[in-house]
Design a protein around this ligand. Structure first.
Ligand code: NAD
Ligand code: DAU
Length: 368
């Protein structure tokens, strides 16, 4: 399938969970690797971004790492001009819903103002070059709000974000699409369901549960654990983003999902059993750590994705199944204790203490 061939690519947020998978995909997968001459990474290295996430792939001579903020207009202008960037995969964001409920300032700043800055710089730099440039804005299914027990989000589902995080992502999606309509900027928006896989900060559900179970800490399930999420492997998402960049039509949105839905409680129980098996513990040891805690404010009941447009228009198909890839994911976190220490910044620890309360691990409790 003939398509767009990026040569000088900027990836924002590349030291984070999905961005680092995207960088690996671009530099290591043959189809992608053949066209990109230079890959510039821009990341502010917040509590969520860590250089270690790019270890190995950062030795590639095509990669330039720039520590900086997407809200810094001068810096963004310099990067686009000096590196002659012709394509952007924009992943930099504040991404944690619970943090947005604690305080939304950074979400509005980075997700709305930062995305605006990038869009505005490239639309000026790329004026008259729509055919030879692309801007892919990476977003979330949370912009569509919550579903009941049936149905799935399509690209035409009206936006109805619930959390400050989702509202900030919805705003940035609309800005990207408005820049297409108003200025002819070759912008594409993608909306994915929940990702899982290596290198996700242990503040999000799966890595938190895996590491807590391994360390004998409580497994905090919000409410009754009945909320349903759809789970896509991060490397399948990265492959989809590459296809959106190279085969997507400007002005379009593409939903990415696996069709693999699970209620939170069932998923946590599955993870608990996988950790026990991997650590050769008696089954049930980790399930005893499970604890129901007060529900998230405004907690969306269910997300589900209709990915038929991405399948038909981009030729995208997820390769991994949750049943196998979740066990691999558990093994990755257990085998990478050093990585876990490296990413546990003071800010990460602060959030854990404030959000869950500084209670002792079950293993540290005094028995009467
Ligand atoms: P993440 O929190 O792991 O990584 C975000 C990265 O952005 C970090 O490296 C951080 O340092 C960087 N960053 C934050 N603010 C910045 C700023 N002002 N300037 C430059 N860099 C900054 O997030 P993720 O889970 O990898 O998500 C990446 C993107 O994908 C986000 O836009 C998110 O909304 C979207 N998304 C995530 C999921 C998911 O399940 N994780 C699903 C759908 C969409
Ligand atoms: O749907 C895509 C979104 O998925 C992305 O846009 C977000 O960036 C990403 O963080 C993720 O958002 P969620 O809120 O769905 O992910 P999180 O891992 O925070 O929570 C998943 C579910 O698990 C959710 O229903 C809340 C619940 N949960 C979460 C945590 C951290 C718990 O029950 N206990 C917890 O301790």
């Amino acid at each position: 399938m003939a398509g767009f061939e990026p040569r000088r690519l900027l990836v924002t947020g590349a030291a984070g969970f999905i961005g680092s998978s995207v960088v690996r995909h671009v530099l290591e997968r043959a189809e992608a690797s053949s066209t990109v001459e230079r890959l510039v990474v821009l990341d502010a290295l917040t509590y969520a971004g860590h250089r270690v996430n790019l270890s190995g792939v950062d030795r590639d001579a095509r990669l330039s790492f720039i520590e900086g903020d997407i809200c810094d207009r001068r810096l963004v202008e310099t990067i686009i001009a000096d590196h002659e960037v012709d394509a952007v995969l924009h992943l930099a964001a504040e991404s944690h819903v619970d943090r947005s409920i604690e305080s939304a300032d950074a979400f509005v700043r980075t997700n709305v103002n930062g995305t605006f800055t990038l869009l505005d710089v490239v639309r000026r730099a790329w004026e008259g070059r729509a055919a030879s440039t692309r801007f892919v804005h990476v977003s979330t299914d949370e912009v569509y709000g919550a579903l009941g027990p049936t149905g799935a989000f399509t690209e035409t589902t009206p936006y109805a974000p619930s959390s400050p995080y989702a509202a900030s992502k919805a705003s940035s999606d609309l800005l990207a699409l408005a820049y297409f309509k108003t200025y002819g900027l070759s912008a594409i928006v993608t909306n994915s369901c929940n990702n899982y896989g290596p290198r996700q900060l242990p503040e999000k559900l799966l890595p938190l549960m895996i590491t807590n179970a391994a360390e004998g800490k409580r497994l905090p399930v919000y409410g009754e654990g009945k909320q349903v999420r759809e789970w896509l492997h991060v490397d399948d998402h990265a492959a989809g983003l590459w296809l959106a960049l190279t085969r997507g039509a400007p002005g379009h949105s593409y939903n990415f999902g696996s069709g693999e839905e699970m209620a939170n409680l069932a998923l946590v129980e599955l993870v608990a059993d996988l950790v026990d098996d991997e650590l050769k513990r008696e089954r049930g040891t980790s399930r005893r750590l499970l604890e129901f805690v007060p529900d998230r404010k405004g907690h969306d009941f269910r997300y589900a994705i209709d990915a038929s447009k991405a399948r038909a228009a981009l030729g995208w198909e997820p390769e991994r199944k949750l049943a196998l890839a979740l066990a691999d994911t558990v093994r990755w976190y257990l085998a990478n204790a050093e990585w876990r220490k490296t990413v546990a910044s003071d800010e990460h620890r602060r959030f854990q203490a404030v959000h869950y309360g500084a209670r002792p691990a079950r293993s540290e409790e005094q028995t009467p």
